[in-house]
Ligand binder design. Structure first.
Ligand code: SF4
Length: 511
């Protein structure tokens, strides 16, 4: 029997990333930076599958699968498929193909920054195109529904939706809207699906538990973000913390194929919070409860905000203790954080909520203190910066350069991104920053960030990859150590050619 409902994703999402979810970020590197022959085995090895069925799947897909099953669709009518095996599972019985994509047209801030700087095509866009032109899809023509964090991109280029053969794009949360659309399409197959559906808000009690394991044992603990940064498109601004019983049930599901769990939320420190006020005991007991589950050998969290870190350093101490970070067994933890700018003026204009409970003028100090606290607790941050925010002036860039110098002693990776105006954000219609508009100060900032990263990457890799396969660990380690001086020389030469005076990195290098 074939499957009436096939759920899949592009190939860059069908990987367990050697157990290191942050390697998934490498999918933002455009084609051409690394040949596929090296890129896929090193950074994005193929996920495990059984006859085309993914063993562990991206978490968002697992939620949609769970919502469909909860709505009464028999589990045997659904397959969560490996994209490389799509031709095995799409058949004449397939009525609906649900596809998840993080960056379907390569317009996400990270991909567009890297393609702007280094050329090439967004890898996620390339792989989505390959998927949708698969022989079986072209032949059977199921209804194609696309969702995921990058779905907004089709509102900018609606003609691409048609060109790729996507019937409906769903933006926002999917559990209600996908289920309703699938039910409607299956009951009246001849109907034309709506081209765009705005996903409905899903109340906490309607969010289903996943029924099969997610990649790297991901478990969502909060959904939504109340900080309301102007440039961002969080799914929804109303925040929901998942009940502990649900988190523990999903942990059990993940343990069938994983040895630990990665907790996901836009700010892990706001789990069960009172608005934006950290509820330290709730956060610490969340991690303690996870670590008590038999079979959990590690845990971690995806995102935190620096203002929450500074607000409650004792919570960071509690997490470190619960997860034994800084020990031989678990040398280091990792959070993704947003710095975005070192300019109090820009942060006050575009992201007051990110700083709360502090004032915009305190932001540079909050960043320094937050990075210091994380470093002292063996937690390494991957921090984003945004160049070219609307209204940015020379003094704002200088303030960010100063800030990067100040955080040089703290183990971190800084990811500078060129501002991308997203259609569904408050900054829709403003001008995105492109290569031709970069000033020498922007180049100086880029140089500082990349040299900072070059200094910290090998250190962080050694700590973070201690449990990954020896050959992968050593290959990447060797490449970093041997390649660093050459890359540093290239970066410096690149900056000199763009008008950055020599020696700008002297202070931070010596600190
Ligand atoms: S804090 Fe992060 S998730 Fe929340 S609105 Fe700002 S950028 Fe978006």
């Amino acid at each position: 029997m074939g499957y009436p409902i096939v759920i899949t994703c592009d190939r860059t999402m069908a990987s367990e990333y050697h157990g290191l979810l942050f390697l998934g970020f490498s999918a933002c590197l455009p084609t051409g930076v690394l040949p596929d022959l090296l890129y896929y085995p090193l950074f994005c090895p193929s996920a495990r599958h059984r006859k085309g069925r993914l063993v562990c799947a991206p978490y968002g897909i697992r939620k949609i699968e769970a919502a469909l099953i909860r709505a009464g669709i028999p589990a045997e009518e659904i397959i969560v498929a490996h994209p490389a095996h799509i031709n095995r599972v799409v058949s004449k019985e397939t009525e609906v193909l649900l596809v998840s994509s993080n960056d379907p047209l390569g317009m996400g801030p990270a991909t567009s920054t890297f393609t702007e700087l280094w050329g090439g095509e967004g890898r996620m866009a390339q792989k989505l195109r390959h998927l949708l032109t698969a022989k079986s899809i072209q032949k059977q023509r199921p209804k194609v529904i696309l969702g995921g964090p990058g779905a907004w991109q089709f509102s900018v280029y609606p003609e691409e939706q048609k060109r790729l053969g996507i019937d409906t794009v769903i933006t926002g949360e999917g559990e209600h809207s996908v289920v309703n659309l699938v039910a409607s399409l299956r009951s009246v197959p001849s109907q034309s699906p709506p081209p765009v559906v705005a996903g409905e808000y899903v109340p906490n009690e309607d969010i289903p538990d996943i029924v099969h394991p997610a990649i790297t044992g991901l478990v969502e603990v909060t959904r939504g973000c109340a900080r309301s940064c102007d440039f961002c498109v969080p799914t929804v601004r109303r925040v929901r913390s998942r009940p502990m019983e649900s988190i523990l049930r999903e942990t059990q599901v993940n343990l069938r194929e994983n040895t630990g769990v990665l907790l996901h939320g836009e700010d892990i420190l706001l789990y069960n919070s009172d608005g934006l006020k950290v509820n330290g005991p709730a956060v610490v007991s969340l991690f303690e409860n996870i670590m008590k589950v038999p079979g959990v050998s590690w845990s971690g969290a995806s995102h935190a905000s620096l203002s929450s870190v500074v607000q409650s350093p004792e919570t960071i101490t509690g997490i470190q203790k619960a997860l034994k970070w800084g020990t031989r067994e678990h040398p280091g933890g990792y959070f993704q954080v947003g710095i975005e700018t070192g300019s109090p003026r820009l942060i006050g204009t575009h992201m007051k909520g990110k700083v709360y409970p502090y004032a915009p003028k305190e932001w540079p100090e909050v960043v320094v203190q937050g990075m210091k606290i994380l470093h002292e607790h063996s937690i390494f941050a991957s921090a984003t910066l945004i160049l070219g925010l609307p209204g940015e002036e020379e003094e704002d860039i200088r303030a960010t350069i100063d800030l990067i110098e100040k955080i040089a002693p703290y183990g971190s990776i800084i990811v500078p991104l060129l501002f991308t105006s997203m259609e569904t954000s408050k900054l829709a219609g403003t001008t995105s920053l492109t290569l031709d508009k970069l000033t020498p100060s922007h180049y100086e900032l880029l140089e500082k960030c990349w040299l900072h990263n070059l200094r910290w990457l090998p250190v962080i890799w050694d700590l973070y990859s201690h449990a990954s396969p020896w050959a992968i660990r050593q290959t990447i380690r060797g490449a970093m150590r041997m390649g660093s001086p050459f890359v540093a020389w290239k970066i410096r030469r690149w900056a000199r050619k763009r008008g950055v005076p020599a020696g700008v990195y002297k202070n931070s290098r010596n600190s």
